[in-house]
Structures are given as C-alpha cells and as structure tokens.
Design a protein around this ligand. Structure first.
Ligand code: ZN
Length: 330
C-alpha cells in the first residue's frame, strides 16, 4: 500500500511474532497517526547478569520518538543498585572496565529512590500505549530496543519492580513489553509501502555511523568520551530510525531526527583535549569533596578551566534530575 488516507501499522505473520499481532494490530490507524505516533526506545547499562537472570541496573535512557518530530523527549538516570550480587564482583568490574565505566558503588550521580524511578517511568511510558483497534483496548506499555538487549532491558524493569514492591509493600506489576526495534522498523516500513527486509533493518539498527555523536551522551560519559552510555545509545537508535524513515515518509530531517553535523568538529576537538589530559576515573565517587580536589596540584587548573570546553566543575556534585522527569535534551 502506498501513502493513502488509511495506512495501518500492519502486523501479520511475516515474522511469526505473535506478540506483535496481539499487541499492535492496526494500532496506528492513518498515515498521519503513524507519523505522529510516539515510540519509546530504551537502553540500559547493568552491573551483571546473575544465574537467576537478575540485571541490577546502573543507567537507563529512554527516548520518545516519532517519525514526524524525531526525538521528542529524553529521560536518563543513573541507578544505585546497591551491592554487587555475591560472587559477581569480578565479572561486574570486568564488564564495567570494558564497557560503561560506571562506578559499581559510591557513585554520586546515581539514585536509590526506586519509588520515584518507577513512578517517573510509569508516567512517561503511559504514552507508549496504543489502542488496539481490533479490540478497542489499550495495549501494554511498549518499549523498543535491539533484539540482543531485550532480555537485559526486561530484567532491568523487573529489578525495579521488585525494589519498588519491597519498599512500598505492594504487588505492583509493570504492564509493559520490551520489543524488537528491528521488527518495529519492518512493520513501519511495510505500512509506509516501502518494506525493508529484516536483514536490511538489522543492518540499519547496528550502524556505527552516529558513534561520533558525543553530545548525545550523558554528561558523565561525555566527560569520559565513552559511547557506552544508555542515553547515548537510545538516542543513536533514534537517529538510525530517522536514517531510514525520514526519506521513506518524505520528512526533512531536523536536529531532533539526526545529530547536528557541527558535532563532528566539536567531538574531534574534545577528543584531542582528552588525549592531552586524562580525566581521573574516580572523581565521581561520593567520598570526593570536590572535583578539583582530584586534580594533580601540579596541573595548571586556571589554564585548564579557561581553555577546556569540558565542564570541569558542576558535574559530579549532585544529580541534575533529582526533582521530576524532565527533558534533558533540549
Ligand atoms: Zn551515560
């Protein structure tokens, strides 16, 4: 079907995914509705995976994305997951060193207010429900990620649910599904009349073309020049969607669809500075009085702060998002 007055997000048996047929059948209605529908993209970083399939979370990023508007909202938090589960310290440290480099404990940007985390996310993700036009009932909350991250991301939501219930003595359950972003792309493209294959979708969503977009990382990972950032990955996945969908739906990309080109130069400049002066890895720990105290006194701080585009103070002194969910990105 080409663009007409009634284009549905068609779900069928092509991919054999019953969950899509049940939860998103014709959920988006017309082409306009499809282009303005909000899809929620999630990415997380965790300590480890235990044998009980627990995923203690350290960082979560969620983006609200629509074809018409690009990224409409970004949510990001660091999570204090408490102690590393017994027997997993080695693997957790190894994983952190190799990837996200988030301190496993004593990290002063993280929160252990699980009640607020869950309630904020519930509020944000309420908008991720569609109305199933076959039944007239709302779907569960729906979030999307790469297929290989589904288990971890489900585990993070379950971990938070468990903590929430432990604190509040409740039996709250997420009404939420974590689904494959490539399948979503497939169904959107099919509905748009330009079906792309699952293999092509897979390739598009694994692209490294936006790895340079350092300004889409959280402040902590930006500071470390480390792209293994949950916020950064969620945003890059949205950019990858835009790569395919903007041309397909005749949208002129905005800065909410794709990172600004100017970031290439800014990132290169930042990269050069990082090469010149290493940032200290433990400056975000809570037992650090000030950021400045971690610097080698022999360094010329006045010169450093005057010339570096990287904020040397004001980071690591409290959580910027402590009060309410807010748009971190715009
Ligand atoms: Zn980050």
């Amino acid at each position: 079907m080409l663009y007409g007055s009634t284009v549905y997000l068609m779900i069928d048996d092509d991919c054999g995914r019953e969950e899509y047929r049940e939860k998103m059948v014709e959920a988006c209605g017309t082409r306009d509705q499809l282009m303005n529908a909000s899809f929620f993209i999630v990415a997380t970083n965790v300590m480890c995976e235990t044998q009980q399939a627990e995923f203690p979370p350290l960082e979560i990023g969620i983006c609200q994305y629509s074809i018409a508007s690009g990224i409409k909202f970004s949510y990001h938090e660091f999570i204090d997951a408490g102690k590393v589960p017994l027997g997993y310290m080695h693997s957790a440290k190894e994983h952190a060193d190799r990837t996200h480099r988030i301190p496993l404990n004593g990290f002063n940007l993280s929160t252990n207010n699980y009640k607020k985390l869950v309630e904020d996310m519930k509020q944000i993700l309420e908008e991720s429900r569609f109305t199933n036009q076959m039944t007239g009932k709302p779907t569960p909350m729906l979030v999307f990620c790469r297929e290989d991250a589904i288990e971890q991301n489900r585990g993070v939501f379950q971990w938070l649910q468990h903590k929430y219930n432990e604190i509040n003595k409740t039996s709250f359950e997420w009404d939420l599904e974590v689904l494959d972003l490539v399948l979503l792309l497939y169904y959107i493209s099919k509905s748009g009349g330009h079906t792309i294959s699952m293999a092509a979708g897979e390739g598009a969503m694994k692209s490294s073309v936006y790895d340079y977009a350092i300004h889409d990382l959280c402040e902590y990972h930006k500071d470390l020049d480390n792209k293994e950032c949950a916020k950064g990955l969620a945003r890059r996945l949205c950019f990858m969607l835009s790569d395919v969908l903007c041309s397909m739906f005749g949208i002129t990309p905005t800065q909410n669809h794709l990172p600004l080109k100017v970031e290439v130069n800014a990132e290169t400049y930042t990269g050069v500075l990082h090469d010149v002066k290493q940032l200290l890895p433990n400056r975000y720990h809570q037992n650090v009085g000030t950021d400045d105290s971690q610097w080698n006194p022999n360094q010329d701080m006045a010169d450093e702060e005057a010339n570096s585009p990287i904020p040397q103070t004001g980071i690591g002194r409290g959580r910027p998002n402590a009060s309410k969910p807010q748009n971190n990105s715009f």
